[in-house]
Design a protein around this ligand. Structure first.
Ligand SMILES: [Cu+2]
Length: 285
């Protein structure tokens, strides 16, 4: 076994591959980095810190209950301790303390969802607002994870190809009658004055999309959801963003009847957004 002589054909080919590879890497768009989050009953596992910029936020539900991963950036001067103290007054009390920055939509046990968002630097929290059967929101049970986000890298990734859905007060515009087969990405643009999200749910067998609309339009009952199997299953989506902001939801849905909806409660009176019109059925073929 002899080493290749200088400028042997093998060495020249290796050198060319190396030079071309470097040149291509220099001009290719940066890949979208992934923030991988694991959601358990009742805690999040996530990196200690990430760089800002366009990020794929993925959540794998390793628990038994439904979970989502909402990113919330603490507003200037707000501390994690202050957020937790304020939370004792109820979920709605913490809304003025944060800027919602998207995230990964809800999934049942064993599911994985993802969304994309362009994250400014700051002190973030990963939150799950879903309630347990006893009515206690998961963030009160421990699903609060601190996540410092550092400055954006100089080179921005290319945004994904996506259809746009406008989120208004209170409607969705741009939802197709059907999607699929296969995966698709939607860019949700908040054109309203309030916080909105674009969440997909699969309508349960034996229930129509219109019946589900009526069920979800009822005012939230004290003590949590009614007993029995839920009339829908979470199917991912784009978590909440502020007025004027946008983010993406990545979907990979099996054929069936679905609806997009917004679960963010009205800050003034808690009226479900579904009741106000933020509910649009669609089919996956
Ligand atoms: Cu949860």
């Amino acid at each position: 076994m002899a080493f290749p002589r200088p400028w042997s054909p093998i060495l020249i080919v290796l050198l060319l591959v190396s030079i071309l590879g470097t040149a291509c890497a220099g001009s290719a768009p940066a890949a979208i980095p992934e923030l991988a989050i694991q959601a358990a009953d009742f805690s999040f596992t996530a990196p200690d810190s990430i760089p800002g910029g366009l990020t794929r936020i993925s959540m794998t539900n390793i628990g038994k209950e439904d979970h989502h991963a909402q990113l919330a950036r603490l507003n200037d001067g707000v501390t994690v301790t202050q957020f937790q103290d304020t939370l004792k007054k109820g979920e709605a009390a913490v809304f003025p303390l944060v800027t919602f920055e998207g995230g990964a939509g809800g999934m049942p046990a064993g599911g994985k969802s993802s969304g994309l968002a362009d994250l400014p630097s700051g002190q973030y929290l990963v939150l799950c607002f879903f309630p347990s059967p006893d009515g206690t929101p998961h963030l009160v049970k421990g699903m609060i994870k601190s996540l410092p986000v550092t400055a954006k890298p100089a080179k921005a990734p290319t945004p994904p190809k996506a259809q746009t859905v406008d989120l208004g007060d209170f409607s969705f515009t741009g939802v197709a009658a059907s999607y699929g087969p296969g995966s698709f990405t939607l860019e949700g643009v908040n054109k309203g004055k309030q916080v909105h999200e674009l969440i997909a749910v699969k309508v349960a067998d034996g229930v129509t999309a219109e019946q589900l609309r009526q069920i979800l339009s009822a005012p939230p009952s004290a003590g949590g959801p009614p007993p029995g199997p839920p009339p829908f299953a979470f199917a991912g989506g784009m978590q909440a963003v502020m007025a004027g902001a946008k983010a993406y939801g990545e979907f990979n849905l099996q054929p069936g009847q679905y609806a997009f909806l917004c679960f963010v409660p009205d800050p003034s009176n808690g009226t479900p957004r579904v009741a106000l019109g933020m509910y649009t059925p669609f089919t996956v073929k």
